[in-house]
Design a protein around this ligand. Sequence first.
Ligand code: NAI
Ligand code: UGA
Length: 440
Amino acid sequence: MKITVIGTGYVGLVSGACLAEMGNDVLCLDLDPEKIRILKEGGIPIHEPGLDAVVARNVEAGRLHFTTDVAEAVRFGTIQFIAVGTPPDEDGSADLQYVLSAARNIGRLMTDYKVVVDKSTVPVGTADKVKAAIAEELAARGLSLEYAVVSNPEFLKEGAAVEDFMRPDRIVVGADDERAVHLMRALYAPFQRNRDKLVVMDVRSAELTKYAANAMLATRISFMNELALLADRMGADIEMVRQGIGSDPRIGYHFLYAGCGYGGSCFPKDVKALIRTARENGQALQVLQAVEDANDVQKMVLVDKIVARFGEDLSGRRFALWGLAFKPNTDDMREAPSRVIIAELFKRGATVTAYDPVAMTEAKRIFGDEPRLAYAEKPMDALEGADALVIVTEWKEFRSPDFERIRSALKQPVIFDGRNLYETELPRSFGIEYSAIGRR
Ligand SMILES: NC(=O)C1=CN([C@@H]2O[C@H](COP(=O)(O)OP(=O)(O)OC[C@H]3O[C@@H](n4cnc5c(N)ncnc54)[C@H](O)[C@@H]3O)[C@@H](O)[C@H]2O)C=CC1
Ligand SMILES: O=C(O)[C@H]1O[C@H](OP(=O)(O)OP(=O)(O)OC[C@H]2O[C@@H](n3ccc(=O)[nH]c3=O)[C@H](O)[C@@H]2O)[C@H](O)[C@@H](O)[C@@H]1O
């Protein structure tokens, strides 16, 4: 099939490459000439394990192309995936300007039947707005061409995006148009290995399903984070509690890890946007509001522990910080807890030496030439002469460090672990003060 992907960001690039891998002809459009230049020269503008190989293979096979030419992109695909960003507006609602501008471009330039697929995460009712935007543009041209608007939200996780796309738990398709459903079924047929992964529903339910999934996952995390705070006070161990409840199949083990708060480009933004949509429609989502509030508290937990140990005034102190990305296997720092922690440490007069295996370039872009933030080439280099180690992201390479070296490198042998990486007795057996989240 001929597919255009509009927006060659995280989701657009992964979707485009994986759909090409399934034998489709894919043209990826982005308005950012720099991104398209990198891709045309054989580079990858994001860090995502395994993606470079899929992109290279399909470019080589002549199935995957990149362009900044909107007219060419609209002409190309019968299926037009909209995968542009939907960042939070000032009031927390999803900013639809990029989605609607992509839709207008389609209406302005299309000459035959198109299935327009909303892959971006968009509030309930957006498909209707996309439909109306295209209709307006067609009317302005005096045309009445046929088209359908479909909702096909994406559930991939950064760091495991290719695997998630190629082996999805489910594919949600919201459509009110039979011809479009047939096309989407055919498109996703190669993904239906053992059982039917396609869940077809009406458009509004599909739009809400995406937010429901992210909101449910965020709820689990905030719930465990609050219990971890309680465990800290009561001398219980949240890791034991996790194992104790996760064994119940109705609860399950996934997404029950307490930590220093959820970040990333999606949970924070989607939780906010769903709360906003609900409020606009006269329905309070009290549970979800609490999920968000609890996460704001959680991003401060490590700072609170540091202050409790070293005092409110941290001037003259330097902290080693392991992990800048919002989670491992990505260089993405959007809404990363590290950003809050670094800012709060600065506020109290401290400086920071950070290490991250892939996100330091991104950190330099964000923090510029901030003199209070230094970078280390290796994890152990960050520790020399620092007052304590703060662990913010659970990169694999932090999991079994040389504790003896940590103890001797630090001025005070203290670890604040925001990701519960170690059996608590282990660092302690090396004479290190070890403070984690909800651990005994
Ligand atoms: N990043 C993730 O892991 C996931 C993101 N999503 C959703 O997918 C959507 C996209 O997210 P990301 O890929 O992270 O965004 P991104 O910010 O990485 O990429 C968006 C791209 O769209 C381009 N763009 C904007 N307007 C355009 C237009 N009119 N025509 C062509 N290109 C245009 C931008 O230049 C940018 O490269 C969002 O709604 C997000 O919530 C859904 C699942 C996972
Ligand atoms: O809509 C989206 O964009 C995506 O959002 C999340 O994916 P992602 O943001 O890439 O990362 P996650 O693995 O979900 O982690 C999000 C945050 O939650 C934190 N987390 C996760 C799991 C856990 O048990 N505890 C916890 O604190 C992570 O550290 C991270 O900061 C969802 O998992 C995807 O299904 C969804 O498609």
